[in-house]
Design a protein around this ligand. Structure first.
Ligand SMILES: *Cc1c(COP(=O)(O)O)cnc(C)c1O
Length: 374
């Protein structure tokens, strides 16, 4: 363990030095099958040639100019994401939490109303604003008081949402699939109810797609599965295949919010990160999204048949397996056998392999889990 590093993470004592596709290598040259992908980040796999070439070429050309000027990769990425969203405008930052902060500020500016309704069990990041709308007491308690005017409704309970939303509500915030909070899928009827309530009260409907976005669930945006358009959404994790980036997308029919001077980020829209993100967007054709859906179903089926797994939740390659034992123990035993998986809460195993994972690799991972859970 390394005493020069602040102990905010319960890290596994593994040091990785190299990665290729779905495989990571530690300092001793040992190979690991990576079914976490840096927590749903490295969607195209480690060192994928397309973002690698794009980022490398950009590193040779231009690193940074600030947002006092345009750069080509940033404008191209905004145009690509706008087209994907059916018309939108982008603000770029450097992480998921920053994207959430931008979304909260946008909603407040657009509505003039500070109240936010978020969901129990949600996760929106660790900065004070994002933590204020994160519905997990254990992550919040040591840092209270947080932002006022935040209420939490129960996921998939329309009555609870109706009770929480009022004419004072400026923002309804939800993850189409709760990730960190245990991989819980929101029902289409619940998301539609959130849309209606936002329309009735003049609130902004904000989707946190930091984890679900960029193909992770088998659609470019997870909200495509439920057919409900938000006013704005946040992306980050998978967008640049591992380079730091975050994005707030405000859809074209959403209320006006930001004007010059309202928000900023020195590094936001960094040309290298945006070049990588453009390459990622170019590598997500419909065939790959269909494969994500098919492979996700195969992985879910494989998991559901294993001992010790009580339920499998999620969509595409964002899966959570509800266990009958502590997830951290299973994660450690898998790592000993060369398989990397994660947790989403105390007894949920999280599987978010690269989107390019093969059927053979899925069988291999299920085989390791079968041994560990037996
Ligand atoms: C990971 C995550 C965040 C926070 O992203 P960071 O880059 O860690 O700040 C926010 N929302 C969701 C849904 C996430 O999964």
């Amino acid at each position: 363990m390394h005493s020069a590093v602040l102990p905010v993470y319960a890290r596994q004592d593994l040091t990785f030095v190299r990665g290729k596709g779905t495989t990571l290598y530690d300092a001793d040259g040992r190979a690991y099958l990576d079914f976490l992908a840096g927590i749903a980040v490295v969607g195209l796999g480690h060192c994928h040639p397309a973002p690698l070439a794009a980022a490398t070429a950009q590193l040779d050309r231009l690193w940074h100019v600030s947002n006092l000027y345009w750069t080509e990769p940033m404008v191209e990425l905004a145009e690509r994401l706008s087209a994907r969203a059916g018309g939108a405008r982008a603000f770029f930052c450097n992480s998921g939490a920053e994207a959430v902060e931008a979304g909260l500020k946008y909603a407040r500016k657009a509505t003039g109303k500070p109240s936010v309704v978020a969901l129990s069990g949600s996760f929106h990041g660790r900065t004070l604003g994002a933590l204020s709308v994160t519905g997990q007491p254990g992550k919040r308690e040591a840092f209270e008081p947080l932002l006022p005017h935040v209420q939490f409704a129960e996921p998939n309970e329309i009555g609870s949402l109706e009770a929480a939303v009022s004419p004072e509500t400026g923002c309804i915030l939800l993850e189409p699939i709760q990730g960190e909070g245990g991989v819980h899928v929101l029902e289409a009827s619940f998301v539609a109810a959130a849309r209606s309530l936002a329309d009735e009260t003049g609130a902004v409907l904000l989707f946190d797609e930091v984890q679900t976005g960029v193909g992770r669930t088998g659609a470019f945006f997870a909200h495509e599965h439920v057919g409900v358009r938000p006013d704005a959404l946040m992306l980050a994790k998978g967008l640049a295949n591992g380079l730091p980036i975050g994005c707030l997308l405000v859809l074209d029919d959403a209320p006006e919010g930001f004007a010059a001077g309202d928000h900023a980020s020195t590094f936001g829209g960094n040309p290298v990160a945006c070049a990588a993100a453009n390459a990622v967007c170019g590598e997500l054709p419909d065939e790959l999204l269909a494969a994500v859906t098919a492979n996700g179903l195969a992985l879910a089926d494989g998991l559901a048949a294993l001992p010790g797994i009580r339920a499998v939740r999620g969509a595409g390659l964002m899966l959570g397996a509800q266990l009958d034992r502590p997830a951290a123990d299973v994660v450690a035993l898998c790592a000993e056998r060369g398989l990397l998986v994660g947790t989403a809460g105390a007894d949920v195993l999280r599987l978010t392999p690269p989107l390019i994972v093969t059927t053979a690799e899925i069988e291999q991972a299920v085989g390791v889990l079968e041994e560990v859970l037996a």
